[in-house]
Design a protein around this ligand. Structure first.
Ligand SMILES: *Cc1c(COP(=O)(O)O)cnc(C)c1O
Length: 407
């Protein structure tokens, strides 16, 4: 393909106009890091301002409505996850929600001795599992970048739970949720999914899979803003069986009677802990409004075309310069990002950021991630980004220059 053809692809695409919702500066670098932090939709800015007004005008009386927002917005987010109402909360962070569901599974869900997880999973997931394996006396069995079949082979009669990222943050490989959940059921074990790199990007069918528990965040493909609340999914028939470990007043039955002893509220509400943040919740609500304009099916279809174009350009321009594609080639085995490995990935990525050309990100040891997001990334952005990457590498990279960046 040449650039003119790619420009024509944007002109012919109905989703191109969704970019208007984001006011992305046209003279800025090409942003391919929405899988780390999505940019702000204008509607989120407006919703945050509106939330400040709600607070000012309603003061404490606002809680009459605000108290239901974690479940109400959770139901709405649940539609993107393939979850029927009453099973999703928007609250806390991914890390805290993961802690709640893993602890609930281990303390009240099973007597079995082993946790199956991925040694290469996102750090917070590994750390939460390390901590809970120690405090609950369970063995942590770590697989190395497993395929779906390798996960299934690892499940046995002593597996308490299997906890995995659906889409791997480093390589972009996607596991087969339906098949792993079926195998887990057959083995009598619980499934916990981290959907941080899936929610808002790839189609999800948690109810149909028969998934047990899931968590994720709203600031990557869902664009609700840095530190916006995460979400937690608990399958309906587990809600009253599993007790979560943080006994807070928002998870208490008859909260405002302020009774002496903790007694969990029925249903998904028991997975709340403390006071939810109004401003973040309104941001999530507004961000979902943007995604809901097209639905995740259309977004995923575009994501496949974006990542295919990226792969095509990487093969043509970057593979001859020593890059290797690490993301699976089959669309149903990847998420919405493309990762390449290169010995100079770290300084290469940093140079592109510092020269304000392309914002992607580096992940140790040698991964350069490119995350197009179908709500605002154009085909031409993918084309131009790879050209800039090639030119930068061809020009030579100063590997010794210090980096001021934290992430
Ligand atoms: C981004 C991400 C997180 C983030 O967790 P926070 O609690 O929001 O910091 C967790 N897990 C995975 C797999 C992620 O990609």
């Amino acid at each position: 393909v040449d650039r003119a053809e790619v420009v024509a692809m944007d002109e012919a695409d109905e989703l191109t106009q969704l970019r208007q919702h984001f006011s992305i500066p046209e003279d800025g670098p090409i942003y391919l890091d929405g899988n780390s932090l999505g940019p702000p939709p204008s509607a989120v800015g407006a919703a945050v301002i509106h939330a400040l007004d709600e607070w000012r005008l309603r003061l404490v009386g606002g809680w009459e409505e605000w108290i239901d927002l974690p479940t109400k917005i959770g139901d709405r987010l649940g539609r993107l996850l393939g979850a029927a109402p009453g099973q999703v909360l928007v609250c806390d962070s991914t890390t805290i929600n993961l802690y709640k569901v893993v602890a609930a599974a281990l303390e009240t869900g099973t007597d079995r001795g082993e946790i199956v997880a991925d040694a290469g999973d996102f750090p917070t997931d590994r750390y939460v599992l390390q901590g809970l394996s120690r405090s609950t006396g369970r063995r942590l069995r770590l697989l190395h970048d497993p395929t779906s079949d390798e996960v299934i082979d690892a499940l046995g009669s002593d597996t308490a739970l299997v906890c995995l990222s659906h889409v791997d943050f480093r390589t972009g490989r996607r596991l087969d949720g339906a098949r792993i959940c079926q195998a887990a059921r057959d083995a009598g074990t619980l499934t916990i999914w981290d959907l941080a790199h899936s929610a808002g990007a790839v189609p999800l069918e948690l109810d149909d899979w028969g998934a047990d528990l899931a968590v994720g965040c709203t600031y990557k493909y869902l664009n609700a803003g840095p530190g916006a609340p995460g979400f937690v999914y608990v399958r309906r028939d587990l809600q009253d069986l599993l007790g979560q470990p943080i006994w807070g007043w928002f998870g208490q039955a008859r909260q405002f009677e302020m009774g002496e002893n903790y007694e969990p509220a029925p249903g998904i509400t028991s997975f709340l802990a403390g006071t939810p943040g109004l401003i973040g919740l309104r941001a999530v609500e507004a961000a979902l409004g943007v995604t809901d304009q097209v639905g995740v099916g259309a977004l995923w279809a575009k994501s496949v075309r974006l990542t295919e174009l990226l792969l095509d350009r990487v093969d043509e321009r970057l593979v001859p310069l020593g890059a290797k594609v690490v993301t699976p080639r089959q669309p149903d085995q990847r998420g919405s990002h493309v990762s390449i490995s290169h010995p100079k990935a770290r300084p290469w990525c940093r140079t592109l950021i510092e020269q304000r050309l392309v914002v992607g990100d580096f992940r140790p040891p040698d991964i350069f991630r490119l995350g197009p997001a179908p709500l605002y990334t154009r085909f031409v952005d993918c084309f131009d980004a790879v050209e800039e990457m090639a030119r930068t590498l061809e020009a030579g990279i100063d590997e010794t220059a210090p980096s001021g960046r934290v992430t």
